[in-house]
Design a protein around this ligand. Structure first.
Ligand code: PAF
Length: 283
């Protein structure tokens, strides 16, 4: 990995020409900032597998719905840059919204049915925004590999499909979810939880674990796995609105009756105003 001083760039042209001169292979970690240990795990894996690591910091407005938290999404550029520099990152691309979406921008990538299930059903247009911005980040920076967390399992599936369907020529690498001591998956949105909600939040992980343990013991009936997870969550009164409990094919995310190949058990639920998502792979 190169140890030269980190450079922070805000324009597409400067970023593209700097990235083209980097020592290869180049690994990219796209982020929306508010970095936590989950992001740093992506950076560390990218550093272990590439000669240069680039990161992007961009709170992408097009993946937020009108009622969502775009305005209040946590932002701390100075802290994020210090963390990335300490990890030996060589290039940070931190564009303005106008640089990414100039006036007249109107070309979108629609990830199809995969983007309409689960999170896509609750957040219409979300994966169109994600797929479009990720394609743009990959085009501006031109990495050999790009790293995404398994925590956002559907996002990872959408981006893998994007890379394959549009022949982007970038290796998409999924990195295991980083969890707190009590199992809660790290997420920038955990910052919204009150201390009481924070204590309750790991119930989501325990619910997924109940399904996984049942599957580990030989149960392949997806309905029974969903019921096992749902009953753990329903026993927690502070957890409002369980949006879904899914046991789906790991790459198409179509709901399964019977688990035969790689699958993902996932859920989304609301704790106060915070929507929590998590998943475990059954493979
Ligand atoms: O996972 C995220 O932080 C974002 O969805 C991503 C991939 C950086 C696109 O804006």
């Amino acid at each position: 990995m190169t140890t030269a001083k980190m450079i922070v760039l805000t324009t597409n042209n400067d970023t593209t020409s700097f990235a083209h001169r980097c020592t290869r292979p180049l690994g990219l970690v796209p982020t929306m900032g508010a970095l936590h240990d989950g992001h740093l795990a992506l950076v560390r894996q990218a550093a272990a597998e590439n000669k240069t690591v680039a990161a992007s910091i961009f709170v992408n407005p097009t993946q937020f719905g009108p009622q969502e938290d775009l305005a209040t999404y946590p932002r701390d550029m100075e802290r994020d840059l210090a963390l990335l520099e300490a990890e030996g990152v060589g290039l940070v691309y931190a564009p303005s919204p106008e640089e990414v979406y100039p006036p007249g921008f109107d070309t979108w990538i629609d990830p199809g049915a995969l983007g309409e299930r689960l999170e896509g059903a609750a957040r219409p247009g979300h994966f169109r925004g994600v797929a479009t911005v990720v394609a743009k980040l990959l085009n501006v920076i031109g990495p050999d590999r790009a790293y995404f967390g398994q925590k956002d399992g559907q996002q990872l599936a959408v981006i893998r499909r994007l890379g394959r369907d549009l022949n982007l020529g970038v290796e998409i690498v999924g990195v295991p979810t980083v969890r707190d001591h009590d199992g809660l998956a790290l997420s920038s949105r955990n910052a919204y939880l009150s201390s009481e909600q924070r204590m309750v939040a790991p119930v989501i992980y325990r619910a997924l674990l109940a399904a996984k343990e049942l599957w580990d013991s030989g149960q392949c009936d997806a309905g029974k796995l969903r019921d096992a997870a749902r009953s753990v969550m329903e026993a927690e009164p502070l957890l409002e609105e369980i949006a879904y409990v899914s046991v789906a094919d790991a790459s198409t995310l179509k709901e399964l009756d019977w688990v035969e190949g790689p699958a993902m058990v996932s859920t989304a639920a609301r704790l106060g105003k915070t929507r929590l998502i998590d998943n475990l792979l059954l493979e």
